[in-house]
Design a protein around this ligand. Structure first.
Ligand code: ADP
Ligand code: ADP
Ligand code: ZN
Length: 214
């Protein structure tokens, strides 16, 4: 099953994707995670992406599209995948459709997670991530048992550089201007499933599973 998770920054895409990949045994492909990993390795891709990420802007389409096309060719994508944070522009969505058609493949479902801006600001400014395993926490909504320590692996929790209030505001504006049109794009294709992203993480997960089928 080939799935896209659509939704504004902070909607819970990463949180839900990490739960789903366990259930469906498919990889999560997060372009944001790929850029952060490249930056950690001091790779040129990471340095380039950081220029945009720090300002809350999108990394240029040509960089992102090439990266995802290469990733989708890897063996672990044969049984399906969850795209988290890609596509983010209509140009990316069109390039994805074209690349998949060439491979004789397609997207099966687009899950759009909807959350209002006031809640998104709270979620993003309180978000904490494990440096070691990538598990997601929230200072108030999903705190770890021990402050700044990952429940799963004991790794250190950190706050992303772009989760500050000022960068968050520009990311939300960029979402409205450049990514929101994708809701319409996938609606027209008849593969969009919208779900409210408010409520407990488990309830939202169950809703997504019931939409996708187990
Ligand atoms: P995205 O990948 O869409 O940017 P995340 O999955 O990283 O979003 O979630 C953003 C923040 O909100 C994280 O700190 C996460 O723990 C928290 N969060 C996720 N889902 C919920 C929820 N249903 N209720 C409250 N907080 C949530
Ligand atoms: P979020 O929690 O906002 O959903 P991500 O980790 O998906 O965050 O993305 C972080 C940043 O990485 C974005 O603000 C953007 O600068 C860059 N980025 C990630 N995916 C894309 C993409 N598909 N197109 C352009 N830029 C991207
Ligand atoms: Zn961890």
């Amino acid at each position: 099953m080939n799935i896209i998770f659509l939704g504004p920054p902070g909607a819970g895409k990463g949180t839900q994707a990490k739960m789903l990949i366990e259930k469906y045994a498919v990889p999560q492909i997060s372009t944001g995670d790929m850029f952060r990993a490249a930056l950690k390795d001091k790779a040129p891709l990471g340095m380039k992406a950081k220029e945009y990420m720090d300002k809350g802007q999108l990394v240029p389409d040509e960089i992102v599209i090439g990266l995802v096309e290469e990733r989708l060719k890897q063996d672990d994508c044969k049984k399906g995948y969850i795209l988290d944070g890609f596509p983010r522009t209509v140009a990316q969505a069109e390039a994805l459709d074209k690349a998949l058609a060439k491979m004789g493949s397609k997207i099966d479902h687009v899950v759009s997670i909807e959350v209002d801006n006031k809640e998104l600001v709270k979620r993003l400014t309180g978000r904490r991530t494990c440096r070691k395993c990538g598990a997601m926490y929230h200072a108030i909504f999903k705190p770890p048992v021990n402050k700044d320590v990952c429940d799963k692996c004991g790794g250190e929790l950190y706050q992303r550089d772009d989760d500050t209030e000022s960068t968050v505001m520009s990311r939300l504006e960029v979402y409205d201007a450049q990514t929101k049109p994708l809701i319409d794009y996938y609606q027209k294709k008849g593969i969009l499933k919208s779900i409210p992203g408010i409520g407990s993480i488990d309830d939202i997960f169950n809703k997504i599973v019931s939409i996708l089928g187990s």
